[in-house]
Design a protein. Structure first.
Length: 335
């Protein structure tokens, strides 16, 4: 029930009713997640481990099915499994009996979601599972239901109040369903040693795909690299910085190795009348941050953020092969 005394915020006075409603929803749903976590620390944990082992050892795919809101959650779980290295797809429980059963093979594992476990449309899949000895994992709040009794493994979710004030609209229950699905997907991912490089194979598009590319995909190379050797006068170094437009210049030794870097910040810190006549050796920042071309873009961004810099020199076999600027990453939609 809504509180009789409205919540207050320091700056804007009473919290609007809609925000109070949102907070109650989140608190109720978080209560369901906490209950699920507690169940996993108890008897549900052993059953969960069996379900993960069953999926891991399956020769085929995971067929995730459901109806209504459970069907929507099943579709999301199938997508998460597939994107994290566990072949999976969604089969609508009601469509299964109209030809979609042909998608399921004896090598597969069926994961059926139904909060009540008593949806009549699920019977076709249950019968098909039994007929062809296809193992079934039931995700339900009622292990004694028809679905629960027919399944090989039952992940019985703890009963929790829906966020709906009438305790009717699936809210907390669907949150718990998708949470247990995520938990299964990540357990399989970690158990398999699924790497970020493998993840990249399934996510080539969008920002995620951009972040799973490599430094070599974003670095400037060849004549685009602002570079000068040790001993160069600062006047020449500043001209190189201006010509290449990256706000920096790499300083290299005789072998092409990185000796230092000069940035706009270095110019401000060393501003003096004779600045343009001194050697870059006196102004450069020694041992600048470098990255290899094979580093993932996600890791590169972490280096930039942690070091609070905007430019990284790219090296291979101790030689400068490229340079990456934050502005290039922003334009590519990575940062």
């Amino acid at each position: 029930m809504p509180s009789s005394k409205p919540l207050m915020t320091p700056s804007s006075g009473p919290i609007p009713d809609s925000v109070e409603s949102a907070l109650r929803t989140l608190e109720t749903e978080s209560g369901g997640i906490n209950a699920l976590a507690a169940a996993l620390r108890g008897p549900l944990g052993a059953t969960f481990a069996r379900a993960v082992d069953l999926i891991r050892n399956a020769k085929g795919r995971v067929i995730v099915t459901g109806l209504g809101k459970s069907g929507h959650m099943a579709r999301k779980i199938a997508a998460t499994l597939a994107s994290t290295g566990t072949p999976a797809f969604f089969v609508h429980a009601a469509e299964a009996g109209h030809g979609d059963l042909g998608m399921i093979t004896p090598d597969d594992v069926i994961m059926a979601l139904s909060w009540s476990g008593e949806q009549p449309e699920m019977k076709t899949l249950v019968n098909y599972s039994a007929r062809f000895a296809i193992p079934m994992i039931a995700v339900t709040s009622n292990a004694a239901s028809s679905l629960g009794q027919a399944a090989d493994i039952v992940l019985e979710l703890p009963k929790a109040r829906e966020a709906c004030p009438h305790n009717l609209a699936p809210t907390t229950s669907t949150m718990m369903q998708v949470a247990i699905g995520d938990a299964i997907a990540i357990a399989l991912l970690e158990g398999r040693g699924f790497t970020a490089l493998e993840f990249a194979h399934f996510h080539p598009g969008g920002k995620l795909g951009a972040m799973l590319k490599f430094v070599r995909d974003y670095m400037r190379t060849g004549a685009e690299i602002p570079v000068k050797p040790l001993g160069t006068k600062m006047s020449d170094a500043v001209m190189e910085m201006s010509a290449k437009g990256l706000g920096c210049v790499c300083i290299v030794d005789d072998s092409g190795g990185v000796a230092g870097i000069i940035t706009d910040g270095d110019l401000r810190r060393h501003m003096r009348p004779d600045l343009l006549t001194v050697s870059v050796d006196d102004i450069m920042t020694k041992q600048p941050k470098t990255v290899p071309p094979s580093m993932l873009a996600t890791e590169m961004i972490e280096v930039l953020n942690t070091s609070k810099i905007t430019t990284l020199i790219v090296t291979e076999a101790d030689k400068v092969v490229g340079i990456v600027h934050l502005h290039d990453l922003l334009r590519a939609g990575v940062a």
